[in-house]
Design a protein around this ligand. Sequence first.
Ligand SMILES: Cc1cc2nc3c(=O)[nH]c(=O)nc-3n(C[C@H](O)[C@H](O)[C@H](O)COP(=O)(O)OP(=O)(O)OC[C@H]3O[C@@H](n4cnc5c(N)ncnc54)[C@H](O)[C@@H]3O)c2cc1C
Length: 506
Amino acid sequence: MNEMPDVQPHDEHNATLVSNVHPPDWVNPEPAERYNLVVIGAGTAGLVTAAGAAGLGAKVALVERYLLGGDCLNVGCVPSKCIIRSSRTYADVKSAGEFGVRQVGDVSVDFPAVMERMRRLRGRISFNDSAQRFRELGVDVFLGHGRFSGPDTVEVADKTLRFKKAVIATGARAVQPQIEGLAEAGFLTNETVFALTERPPRMAVLGAGPLGCELAQAFCRLGSQVTIIEKAPQLLTREDRDAASIIADAFRRDGIAVMLNTTIKRVEAAGREKLLHLETDGTENATTVDEILVGAGRAPNVQDMNLEAVGVEYDERRGVVVDDKLRTTNRRIFAAGDVCLKYKFTHTADAAARIVIQNSLFGGRKKVSALTIPWCTYTDPEIAHVGMYERDAEERGIPVDTFAVRMGDVDRAIVDGEERGLVKIHVRKGTDKILGATIVARHAGEMISEITLAVTAGIGLGAISRVIHPYPTQAEAIRRAADAYNKTRLTPFVAKLFKWWLRRRR
Ligand SMILES: Cc1cc2nc3c(=O)[nH]c(=O)nc-3n(C[C@H](O)[C@H](O)[C@H](O)COP(=O)(O)OP(=O)(O)OC[C@H]3O[C@@H](n4cnc5c(N)ncnc54)[C@H](O)[C@@H]3O)c2cc1C
């Protein structure tokens, strides 16, 4: 199967995208006699594996059935961050009065223009992932569905690729929740929402994970009336409760209807409208919308690859089974990215690809468990995290001290009008060893890297207090948390000693 991509709408930007990442006139090369690596899937994991391995001199084949760049470029990070940027701009302009900036006339969102900007930028960025560029890097790019056809062969579009090692990097896709009437009523996922050219007047977002939260806020700010529906009692269930409640407050201020503890009983199509029958805390209610966006989980792409025949174990929910070195149950086949990892992010797909290159080609012993993985949800404010949560430490019986600073106590956040947020850093009790941190701030995604560096390099919180941070910056919140830790070192005995010493010096 070589799906010819139909990327909607058909305009010059999407034509650029397709000509880069699935050129209609692409002719698959003649396969080499044998490849060091055959990589199935050309999302972040596959692209990084292929480019890195070819750069080191390996003979590499890269197989992609749809669009090179995978989810991140085409229907994930890139388009979502484009529209988030537009939505933030509108929110900033709307609140300009608070900064003494008066606007003349009405400000409004030109939704088709927002989406066109997204398509234009996505088309521009797509060159990095293009088939042509990878060919120039020395990678043999094959367009078509890849499937194992023997112990050391992959079949794609009537060609057979013989490998020494193979990598499964086939990613994941949106899960369709089993809700009565949903399929009949119709719904959007991340695979279709970025094709919209008209703003849905009313939208229900099912699931308040990172994807649901980011898009709920973006569409709300772009003018849709948004209801976000989550069965758990908090948004972003993985996150620190205090941090998540700041996001919930921000959503309510934006005008999003936040429905927690809510399950969807059934969906009814009523003409072009969709009626959702809900139950919140045991009470039945209903809401009518024009579009439903499903953001309720991802399922790994493990189907139709003949994995059984090559002894690669997998689970329909958790994906390809790998060990800590990313080896599958077939020692010649590795996996990377969303198809096998717990943390489904572009940067983890990238990090996993680097591990796979070393372990598959050079007998390396790199381990996933050694990675320090941060993440960020790009709501406004953003919420970023690295390492353990307080509850993780509790579960493992590790005592912690937590140092927290409110952004409202940080000068730069005050002058920026971005006071809603916090920095929370957990250290092993009685030490400065950083176990984890959560940041809620407008640019928390940028700020978390300081802590990630510290955790990766084994730098303690005490050392961070010695790092001079430019004044005024929001990252000073991190240093203030470190200062708070330093104060704990001033034990009553040391304080007494200092007092005695200073009295003598008067
Ligand atoms: C809306 C949204 C927003 C996101 N935002 C962020 C973000 O801001 N930051 C972040 O870090 N992550 C984000 N992510 C997650 C990120 O997109 C993924 O973690 C990342 O794309 C995973 O890369 P991958 O290579 O593992 O898989 P994918 O990108 O899914 O690529 C897998 C590729 O394999 C191909 N394929 C599958 N089966 C076969 C086969 N049998 N033969 C040939 N080809 C095959 C697919 O067509 C696809 O191109 C977001 C995801 C979504 C949905």
